[in-house]
Ligand binder design. Structure first.
Ligand code: UDP
Length: 243
């Protein structure tokens, strides 16, 4: 798991936004994984996920504070978090300014309806070339359509690990485009779900807010976060003993 840090973007949020928007404008194919401890734990359990996190072309950002905090064991110093929801907002803003095309796959039909309204209002320059919900559509059919449309920006909101595995499997068939698995970001951007209050974000306690709103997440949180720190420390120790 510690090797995933080799692909971690360690610059600041604004530097990352500069990097990713430049790639979007040039049409350079890029796969971004916005990671929290759960993401890395999926890698440790699932060989397909492990492969995509290790691929040197994959760009990983530290979405969760746990990934930032544990970076010291991998001898990395990320300059704060770069969250998925902020990255999507920035790409939508930039895409609207430059008239880029965008494809959305995932979330509930009613969430996409609201999202469309938000986009028409706030990002009128964007060209929406595809919008398919994640409940009535078939992955293969949607990706075939996506390939035909060849969008500049491609957001897949189906939850982890399905979204990342699906993107990675199809990536070789695309010549260009920015691809990101964005979990529940469309729920937030459409106004359906609220992001944590600013104070929680500032104190890096967004995870706590999510648990408070959805207590059933606590088991998932424990399983992933506590184990993540234990595993990373262990791997770092092993690595140091070897060297
Ligand atoms: N989702 C979907 N189809 C499914 C399961 C989930 O489109 O079969 C969507 C769901 O509506 C939500 C997103 O995937 O918008 C996952 O959100 P969650 O907050 O669970 O994401 P994560 O915690 O994985 O980032």
């Amino acid at each position: 798991m510690i090797e995933y840090y080799d692909n971690l973007y360690c610059g600041s949020r604004d530097e990352f936004f500069g990097f990713i928007t430049a790639r979007a404008e040039k049409g350079e194919k890029t796969f971004v994984v916005t990671a929290n401890p759960e993401t890395f734990m999926h890698g440790s359990r699932n060989p397909e996920f492990d492969k995509l996190l290790r691929d040197e072309k994959t760009v990983i950002t530290a979405d969760g504070i746990g990934v930032v905090k544990a970076a010291k064991w991998a001898n990395k110093e990320p300059n704060g978090r770069v969250t998925g929801v902020e990255t999507v907002s920035e790409l939508l803003r930039f895409g609207s300014e430059k008239g880029l095309s965008v494809y959305f796959y995932g979330a509930k039909p009613e969430v996409l309806e609201k999202l469309k309204e938000q986009i028409d209002k706030n990002y009128p320059g964007l060209k929406i070339v595809g919008m398919r919900d994640g409940y009535n559509n078939k992955d293969e059919e949607v990706f075939a359509d996506m390939k035909e449309k060849a969008p500049d920006l491609c957001f897949v909101a189906l939850g982890i690990p399905r979204q990342e595995i699906l993107i990675y499997k199809n990536l070789p068939d695309f010549q260009r485009g920015i691809f990101i698995g964005i979990g529940g970001s469309l729920d937030v951007l459409s106004g359906t779900k609220k992001r944590a209050p600013k104070l929680f974000i500032k104190l890096n306690c967004e995870w706590l807010y999510r648990i408070m709103c959805e207590p059933k997440r606590i088991g998932r949180f424990y399983n992933n976060n506590v184990k993540f720190f234990k595993c990373i420390k262990k791997e770092a120790k092993k690595r140091n003993e070897k060297n």
